[in-house]
Ligand binder design. Structure first.
Ligand code: ATP
Length: 295
């Protein structure tokens, strides 16, 4: 089942087209990562899907409903984490969660939730005394309150230390595994690569690349890197597809085994030492950089 269906979505700030005709489909039970350059239109897209903004064109459906006109019905089924929090500074962590729980139709266990986001020991601290990362974790706790069927998270891990980020992702994964659908944005491509089922990369208001993660990665070239000693003999011909930056050789290739073999044979033949030669599979980062440079 499709939880979110967006087709031909446009959104304008004055005459500026922030979202310029995008299509995306988020299926039930998947983690969908909306990636993109700064200012690409990701937050605007999420805000339209959340029903906070009316599109200038196109069609958006969430659980088959219109997010603007059916916002009240949808908010009962959706947990949202915005890029900036709307927390009240004077309330303590526990009071914030109590207040929030009273406003929501779904129930949850505040102690367990605070433990999940590692704020149990901070339950009696006022929100404005929390660190930035702790506030972000509280924001996350509010979004996942009651295990909503749909979670929309705008850069949920920004500002978190690596351990907190891992824990947050574990929680997101567990929610996905128990049937929730998750749409999120992140600038951490390694996270998206290890956790997303489906990705879309936006640039200047448009989606440039989209698909199941494995399909998107299959389109990325692999990379061979090595530090070259000074005064090396002429490089093998295939290295025409390579760049040498200072003494660092970078080869982008779709036939990594053959090219690595040719490089090592060349090194062997001329007695060149390549102590740090490395080959890596294509990553989201390469796909992303190709989009931001080339599109
Ligand atoms: P980032 O990764 O930097 O958070 P984003 O992909 O989420 O960026 P948006 O916040 O959706 O991008 O912004 C898309 C474009 O719309 C940007 O050029 C931004 O400057 C512009 N924009 C966003 N909000 C407004 C606003 N309220 N008024 C005018 N322009 C805006």
């Amino acid at each position: 089942m499709n939880v979110i269906e967006v087709s031909g979505l446009r959104y304008r700030y004055g005459s500026f087209a922030a979202v310029d005709g995008i299509d995306l489909t988020v299926r039930e039970g998947e983690i969908f990562a909306l990636l993109g350059t700064n200012g690409a239109g990701k937050t605007t897209t999420l805000e339209v899907v959340e029903g906070f903004r009316s599109p200038a064109g196109g069609r958006v459906r969430v659980f088959g409903l219109d997010p603007v006109t059916d916002r009240t019905r949808l908010s009962a089924r959706t947990g949202v984490m915005l890029q900036s929090s709307g927390l009240v500074g004077e309330l303590t962590v526990a009071e914030t969660l109590d207040l929030w729980g009273g406003l929501r139709s779904r129930t949850d266990d505040p102690e367990a939730l605070l433990s999940t986001v590692e704020l149990l020991g901070r339950r009696d601290v006022a929100v404005d005394k929390l660190s930035g990362g702790e506030q972000r974790r509280l924001d996350f706790a509010l979004a996942v309150w009651g295990r909503p069927p749909l979670l929309i998270l705008d850069e949920p891990t920004t500002g978190l230390d690596p351990e907190s980020r891992q824990r947050l992702w574990q929680t997101v994964r567990a929610l996905r595994d128990s049937g929730s659908t998750i749409l999120l944005t992140t600038h951490y491509l390694d996270e998206a690569q290890s956790l997303a089922d489906h990705v879309a990369i936006m640039h200047q208001g448009r989606i440039q690349v989209a698909g199941p993660l494995s399909d998107v990665l299959a389109g990325a070239p692999s990379r061979i890197t090595a530090s070259l000693p000074f005064d090396v003999p002429a490089l093998p011909a295939f290295l025409g597809r390579s760049t040498v930056d200072g003494q660092t050789l970078v080869v982008e290739t779709r036939q990594v085994q053959e090219d690595l073999y040719a490089l090592l044979r060349w090194a062997d033949r001329y007695g060149v030492r390549l102590p740090d030669v490395a080959a890596s599979q294509g990553s989201l980062e390469e796909v992303f950089l190709a989009v931001s440079k080339g599109a």
